[in-house]
Design a protein around this ligand. Structure first.
Ligand code: GCO
Length: 443
């Protein structure tokens, strides 16, 4: 590993003044307090309590107990020097049945969180939906039901009204792709369905919910900006053959364009739509006018980047780069440069924020592999900025170890170690390294 800093201590790669050094988390993964202060259940509470769904039978009932440790965690962020913090709001903590009467105690938690960040000079970046659909709405069909888009926009409006004076950056959805591919196709995330056709309908309703929430935002006095957080993966042919190139284009449609195009160009990509059979339920789900709602102007785009995708001429995926403990991850920092410059080229010059980037490692404290990962990705991000990309901020995933969905507590993604028996937080090597990066404004 080559030295991180030059001998004088100045960074080799200096970031623009005011760059938003940040970290990300999500509600169900850290909060715990699942049954307290009036919070209603989400699909993840139900799913994680079903035998055999999550490794070692783990749940998010307690998680990192962040709900009870708010002040300590805010101080931890301040001590790292964070300038930006991306968190999500648990919809059923604010609206226990997804709609109707607001749970004042739930809302108050997020209000205290936003205030606590601002007091410490940290900008709140709020995600409205990080997969925890209220169970009461799931019983009405959840995102399979077109009305869910409207329920989501109403909830979003509640949050804009409550926190709009304090939150500069809003993200509607986190990774709709994962809901579609993992929650509704593979079935290994909540709600655990395996129905590709239904999954695409869910995907459409998620996009519609995004568009309606953006509309609701424009109607409020909030002075902030709004967009979505997409998980994107540049796709490449695994070899030079024409067949592999064709498959890479198809994979790109599935991984990236089917989300980017509707949001930023106001239409599904024609080649992707052509893969949907004439009688696919998705076709009936798309109503006149939806494209315009979904494609309403966004102020920024959140990019979750974990790695690249390589496909062969038969369309199967191969890994040409190292992976991590999370074996779906193909670690390739250069892909981040390709992705950021590609977004600018194909979708215009909108401000970008990296909303997630990180790796799981089995090294509990001396996580030099994570330091190398983060440094290499920041170098790629820096190169993209040099190439003219309007990248404003970077949120590593994750601030602290947490409930990693179906993997439970067996994968650690944090720069801060959490002892889940005592809830003690301890800096890993990567946390101390990141603190220096922030202080020097560069790597
Ligand atoms: C996601 C989620 C995070 C995960 C992270 C690691 O993007 O999948 O936003 O909740 O924990 O990506 O898998």
């Amino acid at each position: 590993m080559k030295p991180v800093q030059n001998p004088s201590g100045a960074p080799e790669l200096r970031f623009p003044e005011g760059f938003g050094w940040g970290a990300a988390t999500s509600a169900y993964q850290i909060e715990g307090a699942a049954n307290e202060d009036g919070r209603g259940p989400s699909v993840w509470d139900v799913f994680s309590h079903r035998p055999g769904r999550v490794r070692e039978g783990a749940t998010g009932d307690v998680a990192a107990d962040h709900y009870h440790r708010l002040t300590g965690d805010l101080d931890l962020m301040r001590d790292l020097g964070l300038r930006s913090y991306r968190f999500s709001i648990a919809w059923p903590r604010v609206l226990p049945t997804g709609r109707g009467t607001v749970n004042a105690k739930g809302l108050d938690f997020y209000s205290r969180l936003a205030d606590g960040l601002l007091e410490r000079g940290i900008a709140p970046v709020v995600t409205l939906f990080h997969w925890d659909t209220p169970q009461a709405l799931q019983e009405l069909g959840g995102w399979e039901n077109r009305d869910c888009a409207k329920w989501f926009a109403d909830y979003a409006h509640t949050m804009f009204t409550a926190l709009g004076d304090r939150v500069p950056t809003w993200l509607t959805l986190n990774e709709p792709k994962t809901v579609v591919d993992v929650g509704y196709t593979a079935g290994t995330h909540a709600p655990g369905k395996q129905d590709r056709q239904l999954a695409n309908v869910v995907g459409h309703h998620l996009l519609l919910g995004h568009g309606l929430a953006v509309q609701a935002f424009r109607g409020t006095a909030g002075k902030g900006r709004i967009g979505a957080a997409l998980s994107l993966s540049p796709t490449y042919p695994a070899d030079d053959s024409a067949a592999a190139r064709l498959q890479a284009t198809r994979a790109d449609a599935e991984e990236n364009r089917r989300w980017l195009d509707p949001l930023l160009l106001g239409r599904y990509p024609a080649d992707w739509l052509a893969t949907q059979p004439a009688d696919a339920p998705l076709r009936a789900a798309i109503k006149d006018g939806d494209a315009a709602v979904i494609g309403a102007r966004n102020d920024l785009l959140g990019v979750n980047y974990y790695g690249t995708t390589h496909v062969t001429g038969t369309g199967s995926r191969v890994m040409l780069h190292p992976t991590s403990q999370a074996t779906w991850q193909e670690i390739d920092p250069n892909g981040l440069f390709d992705l950021l410059t590609r977004i600018k080229r194909d979708y215009g010059d909108l401000p970008l924020t990296i909303t997630e980037n990180g790796m799981a490692t089995t090294n509990p404290m001396q996580d030099q592999d994570r330091v190398t990962f983060l440094r290499d990705h920041l170098a790629a991000a820096h190169r993209a900025i040099q190439a003219g990309v309007r990248l404003e901020s970077y949120h590593l995933w994750s601030l602290m170890d947490n409930f990693e969905w179906a993997e439970g507590y067996t994968q650690r993604w944090g720069i801060v170690h959490v002892d889940f028996a005592t809830q003690k937080r301890t800096h890993k090597a990567s946390a101390d390294w990141y603190r220096t990066v922030i202080a020097r404004n560069g790597v």
